[in-house]
Design a protein around this ligand. Structure first.
Ligand SMILES: NC(=O)c1ccc[n+]([C@@H]2O[C@H](COP(=O)([O-])OP(=O)(O)OC[C@H]3O[C@@H](n4cnc5c(N)ncnc54)[C@H](OP(=O)(O)O)[C@@H]3O)[C@@H](O)[C@H]2O)c1
Length: 250
């Protein structure tokens, strides 16, 4: 059997929403497992955890202000990243949030805010990185969707639609970029330990957990490991895929 290629020793990786629970785990995974990489930590309002990561990895982890809903912010971030020598090789579109309500009472702002932050942001991010990736004829884009896209609960019409859009965008863009050595994949996690809805009571948490065949929520590190794999040379023949990570729930 032919040995699988190794990932290049030096490459630039951008993780959006890197101060959040999952973004921090993804950035940490690249920093720990890929010593040659430089990881750019996209932040918006909160940055204390990203700053701490950058302080622990001087020169290798760089905090970048990036509101993912702004095309100008994307252009500035990409300019900053390509100014470094390493090729811009990996984009992880992780930033996002939910703002749940029944559709009958959902405001237009609740609808638009969630669609913009979770879906329009992915359009902007992919468009911003395509040029540098096409120049190198290589790249990896990993989009964080959600199980809500595939198995949509009541109260999340905005979030489910946005994340389903991310999966559709992933499949379509993968076909557009396959011949250029750029893969585009998505991950659809169910609930993640440490980032459970804050309004849940202990009883609600236990009730949801009981429905999961593995009887536990995902650890952020488990999702991060899958992102790392999809961004590696070992995943060279995978594109347009959505990896469901739900402990067997669906
Ligand atoms: N938690 C779960 O159980 C779960 C399950 C499935 C999928 N997901 C998805 O996983 C991703 C990460 O979520 P998480 O659980 O790690 O949540 P989190 O801890 O709340 O982190 C979300 C991050 O996204 C950032 N963000 C939100 N809007 C942004 C914008 N317009 N521009 C830039 N950054 C923005 C936040 O920055 P600020 O703090 O500065 O606002 C924060 O750093 C999201 O896409 C989420 O939908 C989460």
């Amino acid at each position: 059997m032919r040995p699988l290629m190794q990932s290049p020793s030096s490459r630039s990786i951008l993780v959006t929403g890197a101060n959040g629970v999952l973004g921090y785990a993804i950035a940490s995974c690249f920093l720990e497992r890929e010593p040659g990489s430089r990881v750019f930590l996209g932040v918006r309002n909160h940055r204390e955890r990203a700053d701490e990561l950058a302080a622990r990895h001087p020169g290798r982890a760089v905090v970048v202000g990036l509101d993912v809903t702004s095309a100008d912010a994307w252009a500035a971030a990409v300019r900053q990243i390509v100014a470094h020598e390493s090729p811009f090789a990996v984009l992880v579109n992780n930033a996002g949030f939910h703002d749940d309500a029944l559709l009958a009472t959902m405001s237009a702002d609740q609808w638009g805010g969630v669609i913009t932050a979770n879906l329009h942001s992915v359009f902007l991010g992919c468009q911003a990185v395509l040029t540098p990736m096409m120049q190198h004829r290589s790249g990896r884009i990993v989009n964080i969707a959600s199980l809500s896209a595939l198995h949509s609960p009541a109260g999340q019409t905005n979030y489910a639609a946005a994340k389903a859009g991310v999966i559709g965008l992933t499949q379509s863009l993968a076909k557009e970029t396959a011949r250029m050595g750029i893969t585009v994949n998505a991950i659809a996690p169910a609930h993640i330990e440490g980032a459970l809805p804050p309004e849940w009571t202990e009883e609600q948490r236990k009730a949801v957990q009981k429905q999961i065949p593995m009887r536990r929520f995902a650890r952020p590190e488990e999702i991060a490991a899958a992102v790392f794999f999809l961004a590696s040379a070992d995943a060279s023949y995978i594109t347009g895929a959505t990896l469901k990570m739900d402990g067997g729930l669906v």
